[in-house]
Design a protein around this ligand. Structure first.
Ligand SMILES: Cc1cc2nc3c(=O)[nH]c(=O)nc-3n(C[C@H](O)[C@H](O)[C@H](O)COP(=O)(O)OP(=O)(O)OC[C@H]3O[C@@H](n4cnc5c(N)ncnc54)[C@H](O)[C@@H]3O)c2cc1C
Length: 461
């Protein structure tokens, strides 16, 4: 957690948007004595980290399975504060599965310091040729060193990799790792964004690459657990209350006008809505003073598709799997998300813009065939009698994340603004991270820090 200045008086702070960024801002502000009110348009907190209630099982199912990593220290800090650390389970091994169902684990060794800790794991990736494994190590090191310096800032990671690795290494290692981490295809994602993943997510420390998978539905984590903790700290959470507009001028916010016409005044405001929703919230003079907001409106969305599958028996022993060479990229089988007579699995396809408009039954059929073909691997549990699909649902979130195309960082404004009492938060603001829960938490913490630095609000006067 970043060090926050101590508030010298009780400031009334409004947070517009109860997504992860808004909740993180609130979590950082309440212990500093701020009186925080969170306005969230939807009935549940959590924003895009959302769940729906499956009417058949009565269970909460995540719209899209979310995964964190060992390097996501901000999110881990937020969960620790709320006493919700056990809402994530750490997985030291990443399970890569070939189309024939052969499973190959990728893990670090504890006896080598970072960044050498991954060398034995990479050399054991049996689904790649040995020469590709060695080259992978060199490419990782080169990419981590690359950053934004010394590369053509307009170059995407696909061509950069193709100059260094054979197709198989790109398709079987780089694609699943980078597309899921960045939510973008290799031909659209920047070299800089890929370098950040390798630096932070693989090489920074011995446990950076570990997966942290939620053990509960996202709504339980963010709406129920974090929400209850915030209320316990004195925050007021207004679910289902949309802020219709912000009133004020180029200097400061005067008031918020809620959808029912109520006018409310606050000392400071954290605007934590998505990049596509902020412009219509702010008056023209305020927007003129916030050129970064107009820039952010040019961020391009990138979709993620989740395929929800309910079978008559368990289909997979492992909690997660990276599926190689197929349509479905990741398979998750979270427990307790189905009736006792059903077994739930979710297949995730990131950067899925090419699936938009495709026939759902056809896509689901293809994914189910992909999973069925994995049988016989020893990892599937349906053995000789394959599991029968009972029901399914395909959901594509068209604006799941913003595209990390080359030059994207120039469109991401900092949390601090030219206005006296308005700060920004959201995964789309400048954090150096792609659109993730971690980026959202970091933005919320920085927004809180910016408020507490303001004279009269946080003590630095
Ligand atoms: C399918 C899918 C899969 C994903 N997978 C992962 C993953 O595996 N790992 C990961 O880290 N990230 C993942 N993400 C990305 C992650 O969910 C987001 O980066 C993060 O949740 C963004 O949080 P946020 O608070 O910045 O924005 P949002 O979640 O968009 O929150 C903004 C909130 O503001 C509210 N709001 C908007 N306008 C108003 C208004 N006028 N008044 C009041 N409230 C308003 C919205 O209702 C919303 O709740 C995924 C996203 C999706 C959709």
């Amino acid at each position: 957690m970043m060090a926050l200045a101590k508030a010298d008086r009780i400031a009334r702070v409004a947070v517009i948007g109860g997504g992860v960024a808004g909740l993180a801002a609130a979590a950082a502000l309440v212990p500093r004595g701020a009186r925080v009110e969170v306005f969230e348009a939807r009935r549940r907190l959590g924003g895009r980290a959302a769940s729906f209630l499956d009417p058949i099982s009565g269970r909460l199912i995540d719209h899209g399975q979310h995964v964190s990593m060992g390097c996501c220290t901000g999110l881990a800090d937020l969960c620790r504060r709320a006493g919700a650390t056990e809402c994530f389970a750490r997985h030291r091994r990443l399970h890569f599965v070939t189309p024939e169902g052969r499973c190959c684990d990728f893990s670090a060794v504890g006896w080598l310091p970072a960044p050498l800790h991954l060398v034995p794991g990479v050399l054991r990736l049996r689904f790649l040729r040995m020469s590709d494994r060695w080259r992978l190590l060199g490419t990782m090191r080169e990419l981590a060193r690359t950053g934004s310096r010394g590369v053509d800032s307009r170059e995407t990671i696909g061509p950069w990799l193709r100059r260094r690795q054979r197709d198989q290494a790109i398709e079987r290692f780089w694609s699943p790792v980078l597309i899921s981490a960045l939510g973008e295809s290799l031909d659209r994602a920047s070299v800089a964004a890929a370098a950040q993943v390798v630096r932070e997510g693989f090489l920074a420390s011995r446990r950076a690459h570990e997966l942290a998978i939620p053990t509960v539905a996202l709504a339980e984590l963010f709406d129920q657990r974090l929400g209850a903790w915030l209320e316990g700290q004195g925050a007021v959470l207004r679910r289902g209350v949309r802020v219709a507009r912000v009133e004020g001028d180029a200097r400061r916010v005067a008031a918020l006008v809620l959808a029912d016409g109520t006018r409310r005044a606050f000392d400071a405001v954290v605007v934590a809505v998505p990049w596509w929703g902020i412009q219509r919230l702010l008056p023209a003079p305020m927007l003129a003073a916030l050129p970064g907001v107009a820039d952010a409106a040019r961020l391009e969305p990138s979709p993620i598709t989740a395929i929800h599958l309910w079978f008559d028996r368990p289909v997979w022993r492992l909690p997660h799997a990276v599926l190689l060479d197929g349509l479905g990229q990741w398979l998750f089988s979270p427990p307790d998300r189905a009736r006792p007579d059903e077994h739930y699995a979710q297949v995730v396809i990131s950067a899925s813009r090419w699936l938009v408009g495709r026939d759902h039954d056809e896509v689901i059929g293809q994914v189910v065939r992909q999973i069925s073909n994995l049988s016989g691997s020893g990892q599937t549990v349906h053995g000789s009698r394959p599991a029968t699909l009972l029901r399914s649902r395909m959901v594509t979130e068209r604006r799941a994340v913003f595209s990390v195309h080359p030059g994207v960082d120039a469109l991401r404004p900092p949390q601090e603004t030219a206005l006296e009492n308005l700060v920004l938060a959201g995964d789309w603001t400048a954090t150096g991270w792609p659109a993730t829960m971690e980026g959202a938490v970091r933005s919320g913490y920085r927004a809180a820090e910016a408020i507490l630095r303001r004279p009269g609000l946080g003590g630095v006067s």
